[in-house]
Ligand binder design. Sequence first.
Ligand code: BEZ
Length: 441
Amino acid sequence: MWDVLKVRALVREEGLKQSMRVFNWKELKILHGTGEYLMFDNRNKRNLTRRKALSLLGVGAGSIAVQAAFPTRFAIGGDAKIKIGTLLPYSGTYTWLGESITNSFEQALSSHGGKLGGRNFELIKVDSEAKPPKAAGLTNKLIDQEKVDFIVGPVHSGVAMAMTKIAREENMMTVIPNAGANQVTGPLCSPNVFRTSFSNWQPGHPMGKVLLEEGKNTAVLCYWSYGAGKQSAEGFKDSFVQGGGKVLKEIGIPFPKVEFQAALTEIAAIKPDAVYVFFAGAGAVKFVKDWAAAGLKDKIELVGPGFLTEGVTQAQGDAAEGIRTTLHYADTLDNAANRKFRAAYKRAFGKEADVYGVQGFDAGQLIRAGVDSVRGDVSAQYDMIAAMERAVIDSPRGKWVFSPAHNPVQNFYLREVRGGVNEVVRIAMENLADPARGCRA
Ligand code: BEZ
């Protein structure tokens, strides 16, 4: 951990005479307000605003040089709309997820007279198609052509990897309302990137513990073999295998394929105590139906992170009944924010809300907390980030706060599908934080 003394010692040692050096964000935060030295991450200099550069400089002698070096991007005038680009799937396997996030995000933003920090805003919606190869081009388009102030997205971990690398480089304010890629709040963690959902490690981790507590010691894992599926399996194994459980087989299925027959035949032959799966959206509908049709429903316990039954129980029908999952949300959570949220969602969209909507809603609440704190001056990025870091989000999932890596610290619930509803059974793990391996925040 850095502290002021350490940084001052470093400054002496380095004989810091020039106004710019490459340091990390932690140092910048420490020095903010001391007025003694200017340090900042050189990667971000292109987007460092004049206001921010001046506030970081205090009364330092280097201020003239820095004023000349940085564009006055903030000087867009109080009347200009705040621009928010959503990079979400509006087609393909994850369409439901993207729409659910967008619906609730817009609902959160349209409260308070439809203004953010006193300013109007507009959304620029871009279809990510949940296709990682398209992510860099679409992210660059939002930044360079649309000149957005925030990016909200994505759903898919592969898209998140490409998007986050650019967002870090460009110092673009980014709120991730679903994609769980561990790296985003791990080695790629960044002051300007926040996540209102989960890391892939988180929802799987409690399920290993739940199974062991019930004496279920053998498992087969089956998942879409891209980042999210693999990391979800790792989260599960971190509790299950370390607690003495045995993984008999791991079966990867290429995303977004839904040909599950060979996997089901293999699982039936292995006969584990439980099968842990990662599928979501249309893939989850197909897997759960195929599982029941193969006659496995009453023979082997099917479990997973809650995406297996989120937003899809109507489509899954009877096949979903009794499936137990772990997640940071359940339909029946008994708190005022959840009751209000679900009723408003049903009224506006004529269908039940789900976890994706909750994450989108919280992304809206987070952006509001940040923009309100600077009264609409989104160029005051340091102060905005500080307010977002401090935010206590009054979410339908229950109140939560950010970890230092900008990932939610939150409860994980054991849930069961009863009558098409993901009901709470109990808290499986309380205030679970992602390990944030590799984050130097
Ligand atoms: C992901 O790719 O990170 C993801 C997609 C759907 C549900 C959960 C995670």
